[in-house]
Design a binder for this molecule. Sequence first.
Ligand SMILES: O=P(O)(O)OC[C@H]1O[C@](O)(CO)[C@@H](O)[C@@H]1O
Length: 359
Amino acid sequence: MEKLTMLDYVKETPGVLRTNIEQYTALVEPLMKEVQKKEIKRILLVASGSSHNACYCARSFVEKVSGLEVRIITPYTFTYYENDIKENDLVLVVTQSGLSTNAIEALKIIKKNQCRAICLTGNKNSDVKDVADVVIEYGVGEELVGYVTKGVSSLALFLDLFAIAYSGKNEYLEELKKAVHLNEEMIGKATNFIQLHYKEFSSMSWVYSCGAGANYGTALESALKMGETIHIPSCCYEIEEYIHGPNLQLTPQYNVIFFDGNDVASHRVEQVYKATRKVSERAYLISNNPGLADDDHVLSLSDTVSSELCPLVYLPFVQLLSFIISDDLHSIYQHPLLKEFKAIAAAKTENFVNYDGDD
Ligand SMILES: O=P(O)(O)OC[C@H]1O[C@](O)(CO)[C@@H](O)[C@@H]1O
């Protein structure tokens, strides 16, 4: 059988998201059982890499709908510096593979603090089962490719669905369905957009991704995914922070991608994008800003969702850009010395199987 790719999983995602929305009460029930045990005031999400970014993609929606504060922290910082768990905290360690060594360490710290060690994962039979008190799957199904795409969107959706179940505000389900519809539209539109600017995208030496609000999560994932796959320096900035220093090194060679939430801040995104275009033609904007409809560096869709759900719509763009360019350039293969790196500092347990064959 042909090896599955990121592209296969990007295409599979809208169907999985639809199914998860349809079956959301059953999907979030194990987590709902956990929150019924005590009063919750804050959710603490402990996660790395794409799992961490998916939490950022969901945070604004979860806070708006549930009324709960959401804090996101990396497992390393949690384990060594900031693990003061409050009585009304719901702490969730999130790891898609269930094989990240730092997530396992975070679960051990939670147990040591005599709190409930809850793990959200893509695979409940993975190593986390040996340390967690309870392991809950978030409905990604199987994703063999390490450069996860389906897992990011389905994790963000799971957190959104949990907020709906927790608050009883079922009216938000319709907007989630609309976001999934636009996620599917984005797959086609992003593919065409990448082809339109193929000479520039396939010759990037470094790239900035800029977003704010929920799209800070989109920008984080954009930066991580391109760095992981295209193997170029790839940074994420909040929109306005980008013009407080990082912009000062701009030259016409710089690539900058902006994610607009189509909300009250859009006018400022437009200004920052237009300012960047004065220095580099390699600036791109994902936005439905009607004032930019004729600009072929702007990718827009047939409709919008509230800015809190934008990441669910925009993620296919960053995933496809990472896949198409890294696949065409064969850039995904790691330097041979990375083997020696991993022998000293491993991010995954020995049970991790590298499906991609890139190490
Ligand atoms: O969600 P997990 O499985 O803990 O993985 C976190 C991150 O670790 C990596 O697999 C790298 O080790 C990333 O690709 C991923 O985003």
